[in-house]
Each structure stands twice: as structure tokens, then as C-alpha cells.
Design a protein around this ligand. Structure first.
Ligand SMILES: [Zn+2]
Ligand SMILES: [Zn+2]
Length: 408
């Protein structure tokens, strides 16, 4: 079968690989009908999330049809259309029973303290082959493969694999309440859904920060007030637009691949911090493989790993709350803790426990309350996955979220 395979930092290929089989009683094999590319996949190719092994099938977002189940899967039969939650969770251990599915004691073969297990990730996360493929083995399929209601399309359901639950979790972490004024940093796909989630959770206003015109425009269409950090200082703008206090809640959807502003007052304000930013980047990204191509650079890691966290801490109101769902790798150790301490901030963070949210979000989409497919900007055949990765890596205008269709 065809699959997107990680070969090295800066080296992803479309390969022919063996089809997966049922190995454990709680496994299913799923024929993928729609997959998607995520910013997290770029971290592996740019080198910001280290520890990948050559040959790993990438991808952790998919919808598909069950082909085969093990003897321990009693709730699914071949032919069932399912959405697959990105983190792998057993459903039986104490953390899973508290709905802390991304801290499952059982799913990661390296043991209960080894961290979240998920598809298509570094060795330490399992490893488990990913979902940008024609077929996938789904461990604990009875728990993490959730049937999709008939009226929910593949395109809608694939957003519930990862990005919509992650954003919803981010809004919960940030303590969004009815009436809250919320800032969202980073308007990639998770940031777009953070705007949606904050509004659905009762936010009165959502202020959305990015520097890419198409992402700002998309967030505005979803109801956000937008701030372009290449034109104005985002901290100053957030404070001014909130009566001098700052937002109550910040959802950090950027994480470690934060970018320096290229122009405007925020760029000027950072002019004397270039050495610090360079040092933080080199410490956070020990190895990268930036390539020059006729269409521009490829696989360049974000050049300001702690900038989104600094802005979040500076902008949020005193005693406010920051929810962090943008990915930070284990080696990242430069969060502005002292500044947060002195503002009495609450900071909540972590890998999304996807399974906690998948059923409710499916019901919400089935009811028509929200149409998550508006965030999808491209649908490409799996055979074009490499050029899709390159366009997404370059943040080409209009490439917000790409779905992949195998078999085309
Ligand atoms: Zn993802
Ligand atoms: Zn578990």
C-alpha cells in the first residue's frame, strides 16, 4: 500500500509499504478514506520534535472503514465508518477512567511514565505507524475508533481526530467562561478551531493573533477580532482592545514553532533580543535540515521558540489563565515562569485527551451546530502528499488545512 513515510529530518517520501494486520485482540485494521496533514507532522520533518525512526508512517488524523477486528473488539464490525482519535488509549487503566486518555498507563509500550502514545510519532511515543496511508492498524480500536453518524461527512469527521478536540481542550484549559474575553495565539488549524471553541463555550470576544493574511481572514469569518503581529505589537494591541486589562484567557496554539515578526513595531522591539532568540532556537532544535528550493526554503524550524509564550504571559490579565495546546517538546525549558509567577497566572497545558471529546463533538457536528469543514482549505490525493507537505511547510497563502484521500 501507499503511505507517507519519514526517512530523516527534511526527508519525507511516498513509499510502498506492507499492509498492516491485526496483531492484538483489541486491534482493528481500518481502510483509510480521509486523512490529513497536521502542524505536528511538520515538527518531525523540521526536527523540532526529535527521536523519529526511519520508516515510520506519518499521520495521526483519519476517518476510515473497519476492515477487520480482533476478538477483543466487540463494538465494531467490518464496514463501520469510524473517526480515529490521535492519542492511543486503553480505556481501562486509572488515567483513562478519569478521561485523562493522553496519559494512559498502558498504551505506550515504554511504560506508564513514558508519555502519550500516538500515531506516527517519535520512538518514545510507541512507536505506532501513522494514518497517512491506505490502511492502518488501530490499537485499542474499541476505545479510540468512534463510529461516525451518517450525516457527518468524512471531511467534517477528520477534524475531530485531532484539531477540533485539541482546540476545545485548549479553550477548557484556558478557563473560558460565559463573558470571557479570550486571545488566541496562532491561527493554524488548531487556532481556527480555538476561535470556534471559545465562542461555543461562551466567550464574549475572541481576539486572534497571527501574521498570515489568509489565516487572519479565516478567523475573522469565524467571528474573531484579528491582530496582525507583523503590523502592530500584539501585546499592546491586546491590552488596548481590552480596556487596558488584557484578555481573561489566552489559548496558545503556536507552541515551539513560533516565528519572529518580520516587520512592524514587534519586530523592532525584538531587535536587541536576536542573540537570545538564536540561542533559544539552537538549544531547542539541535538538528535541522533546511533546504533551498526554487520555490523557497523548506523545513525551516520556527526561529523564536519562546516568543508565543512570552507574548501570552505579557498580554493576559493579572490572575488570568493560559491554556497551552501548541506543542512544546520535552527539551523545551525556557517558559517565562518568573513573569507568570509575578502576575499570579494559572497555566494549564498538555497533550489533548482526544477520546474525552470525540463523541460530543461528533454529536455537535451531526446536530448542525457547527460545520468544521469550513477550516479545510485543500483536499489532495494521497499520491500528492509530498507536494502538499511542502506547500504547508512554506505556509503558502491559503494552505490552512489539507485533507488527503487515498486511492486517487
Ligand atoms: Zn494533528
Ligand atoms: Zn489507559
Amino acid at each position: 500500500m501507499k503511505a507517507a513515510v519519514w526517512h530523516g529530518i527534511g526527508d519525507v517520501r511516498l513509499d510502498e509499504v506492507p499492509e498492516p494486520t491485526v496483531q492484538e485482540p483489541t486491534d482493528a485494521v481500518v481502510r483509510i478514506t480521509t486523512s490529513a496533514i497536521c502542524g505536528t507532522d511538520l515538527h518531525f520533518i523540521r526536527g523540532t520534535m526529535p527521536g523519529m525512526a526511519e520508516g515510520r508512517v506519518l499521520g495521526h488524523e483519519a476517518v476510515g472503514v473497519v476492515e477487520e477486528v480482533g476478538a477483543g473488539v466487540r463494538n465494531l464490525v467490518p464496514g463501520t465508518r469510524v473517526v480515529i482519535g490521535s492519542t492511543i488509549s486503553c480505556g481501562s487503566c486509572p488515567p483513562c477512567r478519569r478521561a485523562d486518555y493522553s496519559q494512559c498507563d498502558v498504551a505506550n509500550p515504554h511504560g506508564p511514565l513514558a508519555g502519550s502514545a500516538f500515531f506516527g510519532g517519535p520512538q518514545a511515543t510507541g512507536p505506532f505507524d501513522g494514518l497517512q496511508a491506505e490502511y492502518a492498524r488501530i490499537p485499542f480500536a474499541n476505545v479510540i475508533a468512534v463510529p461516525v453518524p451518517e450525516q457527518v461527512t468524512d471531511e467534517q469527521a477528520v477534524t475531530i481526530s485531532d484539531i477540533f478536540p485539541t482546540a476545545w481542550f485548549g479553550a477548557e484549559l484556558a478557563g473560558v467562561q460565559p463573558g470571557s474575553v479570550v486571545a488566541v495565539f496562532g491561527l493554524g488549524p488548531v487556532g481556527q478551531f480555538a476561535v470556534v471553541s471559545a465562542l461555543l463555550q461562551g466567550a464574549a470576544r475572541v481576539l486572534a493573533v497571527d501574521a498570515h493574511p489568509s489565516r487572519l481572514a479565516a478567523a475573522r469569518r469565524l467571528g474573531a477580532e484579528v491582530i496582525d503581529f507583523s503590523r502592530e505589537d500584539p501585546v499592546q494591541a491586546l491590552v488596548e482592545l481590552t480596556g487596558g486589562a488584557g484578555p481573561d484567557c489566552v489559548i496558545d496554539c503556536v507552541g515551539v514553532e513560533s516565528e519572529r515578526p518580520k516587520s512592524g513595531p514587534a519586530a523592532e522591539a525584538l531587535a536587541d533580543q536576536v542573540e537570545q532568540l538564536d540561542a533559544a532556537r539552537d538549544q531547542t532544535v539541535p538538528e535541522s535540515n533546511v533546504q533551498q528550493t526554487p520555490r523557497g526554503e523548506l523545513w525551516r524550524p520556527g526561529d523564536a521558540p519562546s516568543l508565543a509564550s512570552q507574548w501570552a504571559v505579557q498580554a493576559v490579565r493579572k490572575a488570568g489563565t493560559i491554556g497551552v495546546v501548541g506543542v512544546y517538546p520535552p527539551q523545551f525549558a525556557t517558559y517565562p515562569f518568573g513573569a507568570a509567577f509575578n502576575k499570579n497566572l494559572t497555566i494549564r497545558t498538555g497533550n489533548c485527551p482526544h477520546r474525552r471529546y470525540v463523541p460530543d463533538l461528533l454529536r455537535m457536528v451531526a446536530s448542525g451546530a457547527v460545520d468544521p469543514s469550513v477550516v479545510i482549505s485543500q483536499d489532495e490525493p494521497l499520491s500528492d502528499v509530498i507536494s502538499a507537505y511542502e506547500a504547508f511547510d512554506r505556509r503558502e497563502e491559503g494552505w490552512v488545512k489539507t485533507t488527503l484521500t487515498p486511492g486517487l
